[in-house]
Structures are given as structure tokens and as C-alpha cells.
Design a protein around this ligand. Structure first.
Ligand SMILES: *Cc1c(COP(=O)(O)O)cnc(C)c1O
Length: 366
């Protein structure tokens, strides 16, 4: 049997209906996985081959496998949304496919074509479709989180690009990021650490960026903050992004500003979508450098009316306060802010099929 070009090796011991229902009643985030995973192998001589959907299971890796030593790895994050008629859709998956290719080039990994990338999502989700949560209301933001990733799998300790690579997609049911309504997060401004330097890997979605951000995240938590914001590595002046979300600034005169893509910022699919939806909603948008002084001064003067972060996992999250060693800047009203919450609703309505998809942003997975 073959689906979307993927052979099927069925899981002979899938979770029981009861076990799955128990998980879907309280999935949390990233803790439980579906019965199958998609897998494609690559070798230098053979290219991409062996497209299979097979039982979800631990990988057996030689201790010398390159990824374990040199972090030659990239990943993606994308959600599958169940619509009211039961169908399941992905939001702009071709953008994730394109970014995955860009990340691959930066990490000297082989590029996977968009068709295979999107087909891997279709093959897995159509097989494990019972794992896609059914939202009970418009406030229920549950989904099936999909995690495509690619690893250097050659057992070799020499430092050079791996001649063997594996691509996988795993899937994990996810509850709404915020239980009981959207709540503003507090942000720690890191002065000791930077996330990305010019010429580095900041624009690639790779595990190494996240590994490097954990010490800063620990520092944030030690200061009672939820997330960390990074400044540029050269001047320590220009606002870049959070560890895993892009930032937006809303001004009283109706302008919405986000830092320009300079090569050290991750190009979020949500970021791009928010820019387009903001223009539809009548806001003027700007992609330009924004300094920490501008953030400080416009927050103090009242010109800055709200700040929000965005990404696939949390959609749009208001930033309540920005903290550093000697300051605490209030950035948004206590319940979030009007622009962020309006755009959040518009984005979710599109993703869950409650509003018309004029731009063709949705792809049916099952
Ligand atoms: C994934 C990611 C984002 C958000 O990207 P989306 O495509 O919107 O999910 C932002 N910043 C970083 C560093 C990321 O890894």
C-alpha cells in the first residue's frame, strides 16, 4: 500500500481508542506521540529514497553518529487543524518546506523538495488522523503539532558534512498554549548572551540555536520572566526576537513595526502572515531596525501601545513587561492589546476554517 508516494508499514500495536481518548482529553504540549512517523533516507550516492510511514519507535543510533557530536540538524514546526466538517488542514506548509531547504543549505544538509515535504505530512496525518483533536469551540485551540526534522546519521567523528542523512516527521497532539484565555508574558532582556551573529545560523531553524539560547532562558526564569529577548550581536542595540518567536510593536498612530530580516532573525511564517493580515485590517506595516532605546522611549511616552510575539506554537502572545537588571517597562495593557488580539482571532479563524481562505494558504492533509 502506498500513500502520497510513501509505503506504509502499519503499527501492529497502536494505542487503544481509550488510551488515545485519554491523551486527547489532556494532551499538553510535546509529551505524547501518534502511532506512526514518516521517514525518508538520503545517501550521498543514492539521493532521497525509501519513503515510509512506519511505527513510531525509538531510533537506534551508533554512538558515533555525527548529529550527536556536531549538531548537524534542522527542524520545522507546523500544525494540523481540524475544521468543523472533520477535514484536516495545514497552514502555508510550502513556506515551511522552503525554509527547511534554506536551513538545510546553511547546515550543509541535503535539500528536500517541497512535494516530498508536504507529502510526508499528508502521508502521516492521513494515517494518524484520529489523533487530530476536534476543537469543542472557537476558544479551543487544540491541534496536531507536526515536527519534521533532518539529522546527520553517518557514524563518523571526522568534521565534514554527513554522507548519510535521515528525515523524519513525528506528530504530537497539542492543547491550546494558553489555558483560560490569552495572558501576557514577561520578557527578560538578555545582556550577557546573544542568539545569532552576522554570518551565523540565526536565520536557520536548527537545534544548535536553541541549545545556545537555554542559558539565557535560565537567566530569564531566574528573574521570574517567561521568555528571553535578544539584541543584535554587534551593537547590542537592535531588537531581534525571542528564543523562538518574532516580535511586533504597535504604535498609537496605527503603525505596526517588526524588525527587518537581516540574516540573524528567523523568518517566521506567522510573522509574514501577521504582516499581511495587519495590512488587510488597515494598519500600516514597517519592517525596519528597531532599537532598545526606541522601545524604552516610546513605551515611556505612551506612543507604543502594545508589543506582541508570534510563532506557530503560541500564535500571537502579548508581551506584558520587559525586564532587565535595572528596569521594568510595561509594554501592553493587562489583557493584551487590541491589535494583537484582533490579528490573533483573524489568524485562528483562517487556520480553523472559520473564515474564507482568499490567499490559498490552506492545504488539506486529510
Ligand atoms: C520557529 C521560530 C519562529 C517562529 O516561526 P513560525 O514559522 O512563525 O512558527 C521564530 N523565531 C525562531 C527563532 C524560531 O525558531
Amino acid at each position: 500500500m502506498s500513500d502520497f508516494g510513501f509505503e506504509l508499514e502499519p503499527n501492529t500495536r497502536p494505542a487503544s481508542d481509550d488510551a488515545r481518548a485519554g491523551i486527547l482529553a489532556d494532551p499538553g504540549f510535546g509529551r505524547y506521540f501518534t502511532d506512526h512517523m514518516a521517514h525518508v533516507r538520503w545517501t550521498q550516492d543514492g539521493g532521497w529514497h525509501d519513503r515510509v510511514v512506519r511505527p513510531y519507535a525509538p531510533l537506534q543510533l551508533d554512538p558515533a553518529t555525527a548529529v550527536l557530536h556536531y549538531a548537524q540538524e534542522i527542524f520545522e514546526g507546523i500544525k494540523a487543524y481540524r475544521h468543523a466538517d472533520g477535514s484536516v488542514w495545514a497552514f502555508r506548509p510550502e513556506k515551511n518546506a522552503e525554509r527547511f531547504r534554506n536551513s538545510a543549505r546553511r547546515l550543509a544538509l541535503p535539500e528536500l523538495d517541497t512535494e516530498t515535504f508536504v507529502n510526508s505530512l499528508k502521508a502521516l496525518v492521513s494515517r494518524d488522523v484520529d489523533w487530530v483533536p476536534t476543537p469543542r469551540s472557537a476558544a479551543d485551540e487544540s491541534s496536531l503539532y507536526l515536527r519534521p526534522f533532518m539529522i546527520a546519521s553517518e557514524p563518523f567523528l571526522g568534521v565534514r558534512p554527513s554522507t548519510e542523512v535521515d528525515y523524519f516527521v513525528i506528530a504530537s497532539p497539542a492543547a491550546a498554549y494558553f489555558r483560560g484565555g490569552v495572558q501576557p508574558v514577561s520578557i527578560w532582556l538578555s545582556s550577557a548572551y546573544t542568539r545569532a551573529a552576522p554570518g551565523g545560523t540565526g536565520a536557520a531553524k536548527c537545534g544548535g540555536n536553541y541549545a545556545a539560547s537555554l542559558a539565557a532562558q535560565k537567566e530569564a526564569v531566574a528573574h521570574d520572566c517567561d521568555q528571553v529577548a535578544f539584541l543584535d550581536a554587534v551593537e547590542h542595540r537592535w531588537v531581534e526576537e525571542l528564543g523562538g518567536m518574532n516580535l511586533f510593536f504597535v504604535f498609537r498612530d496605527g503603525r505596526i513595526v517588526t524588525p527587518a530580516l537581516t540574516g540573524t532573525i528567523l523568518e517566521g511564517v506567522t510573522r509574514d502572515s501577521v504582516l499581511q493580515l495587519a495590512r488587510d485590517a488597515g494598519y500600516e506595516t514597517e519592517e525596519r531596525p528597531i532599537s532598545i532605546e526606541e522601545w524604552r522611549e516610546t513605551a515611556a511616552s505612551g506612543e507604543l501601545t502594545e508589543v506582541f510575539a508570534c510563532g506557530t506554537a503560541a500564535v500571537i502572545t502579548p508581551v506584558g513587561v520587559l525586564c532587565s537588571d535595572n528596569e521594568r517597562i510595561v509594554c501592553s495593557p493587562e489583557n493584551g492589546g487590541e491589535a494583537g488580539l484582533t490579528l490573533r482571532t483573524r489568524l485562528l479563524d483562517l487556520q480553523y476554517g472559520r473564515s474564507a481562505d482568499h490567499r490559498g494558504w490552506l492545504t488539506r492533509l486529510a
